[in-house]
Design a protein around this ligand. Structure first.
Ligand code: IPE
Ligand code: IPE
Ligand code: MG
Length: 250
């Protein structure tokens, strides 16, 4: 497989890639290992994919690291994930600074333990001015919760008279989401073969290109990403229009 990124034309690269990083548990199970070992190996894939995305000039990389539903997992697994996140943030800060990566988090991060939250806030603050790439971690994130939160904020604005009901448009609504300052994802990747969204970016993926791979997240590295990007570049995004209209515009 050719994993060289040099033949990826910059013109049709996605600005924003979102990834549902799934399959850590199955990766471990296949090797008769504890699930936690799968998460640990998964962190290596995160390192690799962040590097590749930065290298090829992706503007935003959103990684689904922990969903609101993942709080239902065994306490031991949750604690291990928190520990891994904390270590990841600490160990990656130097490289993020070197490569101009800004870290952001979307989700109900206040549900995280204080020690993890402190590191998360420190890294977000330290990398705030970096402009190379936005690494956006979805942590304790749920798409429905995000939409409900936006609706509640809008209701408060209306109640106080700062907003009129007739002023609510798609654009105004988007402005109340965590992602209001980012382009919408162009490409959504899910690893390990599951054909579902699992409450990820429900509003934002209305016209996102979806790619599901059977590769388990800990096995997902540079070569697979480059291959998916090649596939993406072959696709025609029509946004409801006809093929003829799109070709005329290009
Ligand atoms: C993804 O891997 C990581 C998280 C959801 C935190 P899983 O832990 O869901 O792995 P599988 O789906 O059990 O294989
Ligand atoms: C989705 O994976 C959430 C993350 C990758 C963080 P899950 O493993 O939690 O999804 P389901 O439960 O199989 O839908
Ligand atoms: Mg899973």
């Amino acid at each position: 497989m050719n994993s060289n990124s040099s033949d990826l034309g910059p013109e049709s690269l996605p600005r924003h890639i979102a990834i549902i990083m799934d399959g850590n548990g199955r990766w471990a199970k296949k090797r008769s290992l504890n699930r936690i070992k799968g998460h640990r190996e998964g962190a290596e894939s995160v390192r690799d994919i962040v590097r590749v995305c930065r290298e090829i000039g992706i503007e935003v990389l959103t990684l689904y690291a922990f969903s609101t539903e993942n709080w239902r997992r065994p306490t031991r697994e949750i604690s291990a994930l928190m520990g891994l996140l904390k270590n990841f943030l600490k160990s990656e800060l130097a490289e993020m600074m070197e490569n101009g990566i800004r870290l952001n988090a979307i989700g109900q991060i206040e549900r995280f333990p204080d020690d993890v939250l402190d590191v998360l806030r420190e890294v977000m603050e330290a990398t705030r001015k970096n402009q190379g790439m936005l690494l956006n971690l979805a942590l304790s994130y749920g798409g429905r919760d995000e939409i409900v939160m936006a609706a509640a904020k809008i209701a408060t604005e209306i109640k106080s008279g700062r907003l009129q009901p007739e002023e609510i448009t798609k654009e105004v609504f988007s402005g109340y989401l965590y992602t209001h300052w980012m382009p919408e994802p162009d490409l959504l990747i899910r690893t390990s073969g599951e054909m579902r969204i699992s409450n990820f970016l429900l509003w934002q993926i209305a016209y996102t290109e979806i790619f599901v791979t059977k590769t388990l997240w800990p096995d997902f590295r540079r070569a697979q990403l480059i291959q998916i990007l090649r596939d993406y570049q072959e696709r025609e995004r029509r946004f409801g229009m006809t093929e003829e209209q799109i070709q005329k515009a290009n």
